[in-house]
Design a binder for this molecule. Structure first.
Ligand code: FES
Length: 206
């Protein structure tokens, strides 16, 4: 019985101590008494379709901006980065008959001129102001349409304002015997001077 009485006392103390914290526990539910209970909304992950749409939109925007940037950069670049080569081959000397051949005029702005002892290439530019003369085979001469300068069949000026004969391009034979023309190396014959028409490279001896 003595043992029973001890637990009785301990129980009474244990009941008395939790009485104090019981008060706040009673207050907490009292506050939301008149309000609806909070609703907890759980976010759901994006479906794969939305992710794919987002990627497509961003990829489109990135592509558009990249294109705009490239166009912007292109605007400041020269239109032609590579110029046509000034050196080219025009076949073999045997491919040409005596006289003036105009088949390369459009492509290279030259005429091939073959005489009995040499072959040379005239650069098709009037020495007055740079127009391209016409070859008049019936008159055996070149005639400039701009101001009327006339040149004989070898490009030597004889009428009009042209100050000198038309220039000749550098020519040589490659190891196969083909004619190689270089229009960046021109030979001139200024008026009243010996000029350079007899220099090596100004013609190919036949
Ligand atoms: S440009 Fe040829 S005559 Fe003037």
């Amino acid at each position: 019985m003595g043992v029973d009485s001890v637990p009785t006392n301990e129980t009474s103390v244990a009941v008395a101590e939790p009485a104090a914290p019981a008060a706040p526990a009673a207050k907490t539910p009292a506050k939301p008494a008149g309000k609806p209970p909070a609703v907890v909304v759980e976010s759901t992950p994006d479906p794969p379709v939305n992710k794919m749409r987002r990627r497509i939109v961003w990829a489109s925007i990135a592509g558009f901006l990249t294109t705009c940037f490239l166009m912007f950069v292109r605007f400041f670049l020269p239109r032609s980065i590579t110029e046509p080569s000034s050196t080219f081959k025009i076949g073999f000397p045997g491919d040409y008959a005596l006289g003036v051949d105009t088949k390369w005029q459009q492509q290279y702005r030259i005429w091939v001129d073959k005489t009995s002892d040499r072959l040379f290439v005239i650069y098709a530019r009037c020495t007055h102001l740079g127009c391209t003369p016409d070859w008049k085979s019936s008159e055996n001469k070149f005639k400039c349409p701009c101001h009327g300068s006339g040149y004989d069949s070898e490009g030597i000026n004889f009428e009009g304002p042209a100050p000198r004969p038309m220039d000749r391009a550098h020519v040589e034979l490659d190891p196969e015997g083909q004619i190689v023309v270089d229009i960046s190396r021109l030979f001139q014959k200024p008026k009243g001077e010996t000029g350079h028409f007899d220099d090596p490279g100004a013609s190919i001896p036949l």
